[in-house]
Design a binder for this molecule. Structure first.
Ligand SMILES: Cc1cc2nc3c(=O)[nH]c(=O)nc-3n(C[C@H](O)[C@H](O)[C@H](O)COP(=O)(O)OP(=O)(O)OC[C@H]3O[C@@H](n4cnc5c(N)ncnc54)[C@H](O)[C@@H]3O)c2cc1C
Length: 425
């Protein structure tokens, strides 16, 4: 197969990048599973936006403080200043955010000093990504190939010429392209407990390790403080959005006592929960939504409310059991402010990339925004500097090289994370 640009991943980063590339370029988007099975669809809480210039300093400070000031200030600045443009793009694609009359309604999550988060019920990611997907499907120049897994990059020296992958029947093929964009999302699939889809196993990180493409902070992994505790074996942990705490829910130990300020940054709250569980010898703590009016629970958090009911808890009447789980990857493939990696003709955007926006810990609801802003910048940079490849080598795929690739890639990523972590101790 051949395309002008191949994009790996159909989450917000991959789709929005595709939609910002010129309509005369042929684009192939491949996705390891069904197009709708990406973490982007799971995002509950919302997406941050700069409401007006008066909030710039506070938005910047909240992001930096949550990231322990290890963020790249330039990237944070770009993200905040591009936020209104991204939101108007989304609205033009048909995305609906909650409103009070004609004005947007804003919510708040942990570590935000102001209400600056746009949301659609508790399914903001689904609302955004399904509209991006629908728009991409309607574009004649974009082809989406589902159930196609990238297993390798086609590299000529330090230049990327596309990818190698296989379809759902295990048939291997090469997709040659002038430019390649990696938008493969997070790494939750390599952990036992994660809120991420299991098929998100950091394959792009494994390939970066293979080819010496620069990585950054790969041991910066966020644990979400509140996922629904269940004894059942599940495919992934169900997230209880931070905006539930933002709206007033409180954390309690087994004696019904509060033990932490619920709106502190995620890593601080998660550590406080772990410490409380250890002290009490329990497998979870409790989250009480009693301070939130019943009607608000049902209307703002309908899916969370329903899921809790399915698990046997009526959140309007009783506390629900919660436990921290792996949630987000702050590190990733090192990219510049245009999402370009250290390999020529290769870009990375979304959760698999690291442009330094999040520092050591992500501020809630900044990741959809960061993914969108930097995916659009990748598209612009590719467009502005576009040159076609002059080589036209026929690629023959040696399938035997990939017999155990998934296990090998997972092991390589875990080992690299461990190595990075121990180098800091
Ligand atoms: C439960 C949950 C709630 C969240 N809530 C929020 C929120 O409220 N606000 C917020 O800002 N962020 C939230 N996040 C984080 C946010 O959803 C993600 O960071 C963001 O959607 C990442 O987008 P992405 O496009 O980079 O990756 P994804 O949306 O995960 O997409 C990755 C894509 O890559 C594909 N892929 C992976 N490997 C391969 C391969 N080898 N070959 C082919 N395709 C491949 C996958 O199939 C998928 O299509 C939440 C995350 C979770 C899990």
């Amino acid at each position: 197969m051949k395309a002008d640009i191949v994009i790996v991943g159909s989450g917000v980063a991959g789709l929005y990048c595709a939609l910002n590339l010129p309509k005369e370029k042929s684009i192939i988007v491949v996705t390891k599973n069904k197009a709708r099975r990406s973490d982007s669809f799971l995002a509950q809480g919302g997406i941050c936006v700069l409401r007006d210039e008066n909030d710039y300093d506070a938005f910047y400070e909240d992001t930096m403080k949550a990231g322990h000031y290890e963020n790249n200030p330039d990237s944070v600045h770009i993200m905040i200043h591009s936020s209104q443009e991204v939101i108007s793009d989304l609205v033009s694609f048909g995305v609906r955010f909650e409103k009070n009359g004609e004005e947007f309604a804003y919510t708040r999550e942990g570590a935000h000093s102001h209400q600056r988060i746009l949301f659609h019920e508790d399914e903001t990611g689904k609302e955004i990504t399904s509209h991006l997907l629908e728009t991409a499907r309607a574009r004649e120049n974009i082809t989406i190939i589902e159930n196609y897994t990238m297993v390798d990059l086609i590299c000529e020296g330090n230049e990327c010429h596309g990818i190698i992958g296989h379809d759902e029947n295990g048939a291997y093929s090469a997709i040659q392209a002038d430019y390649t964009v990696l938008a493969t999302g997070g790494i939750g699939g390599i952990f036992e407990h994660s809120t991420n889809y299991k098929h998100l196993t950091g394959d792009a990180i494994a390939l970066a390790l293979k080819y010496g493409i620069k990585l950054q902070h790969i041991d910066y992994i966020q644990i979400h403080p509140t996922t629904l505790y269940t004894e059942k074996e599940g495919s992934r942990e169900f997230l209880i959005s931070e905006s539930v705490r933002g709206e007033g829910a409180i954390l309690l130990n087994s004696k019904g006592e509060r033990f932490v300020n619920e709106l502190l940054p995620r890593d601080v709250v998660a550590n406080a929960i772990f410490a409380e569980m250890k002290k009490e010898g329990t497998k979870h703590v409790w989250l009480s939504m009693a301070p939130i009016p019943e009607e608000e629970i049902r209307t703002h958090f309908p899916n969370i409310y329903q899921r809790c009911l399915d698990e046997g808890y009526d959140a309007t009447k009783e506390p629900i059991p919660v436990v921290p789980s792996q949630h987000y990857f702050m590190g990733g493939i090192d990219v510049d402010r245009y999402s370009k990696t250290s390999m020529d003709r290769l870009y990375a955007a979304g959760e698999t990339a690291c442009n330094g926006v999040h520092g050591r810990n992500r501020l809630a609801s900044n990741s959809l925004l960061e993914s969108l802003v930097f995916a659009k910048r990748a598209a612009r940079h590719i467009t502005e500097g576009y040159t076609a490849l002059t080589t036209d080598t026929e690629i023959t795929v040696d399938e035997t090289k990939y017999e155990n690739y998934q296990e090998e890639y997972k092991a390589a990523v875990l080992a690299a994370i461990e190595k990075e972590r121990s180098s800091h101790e």
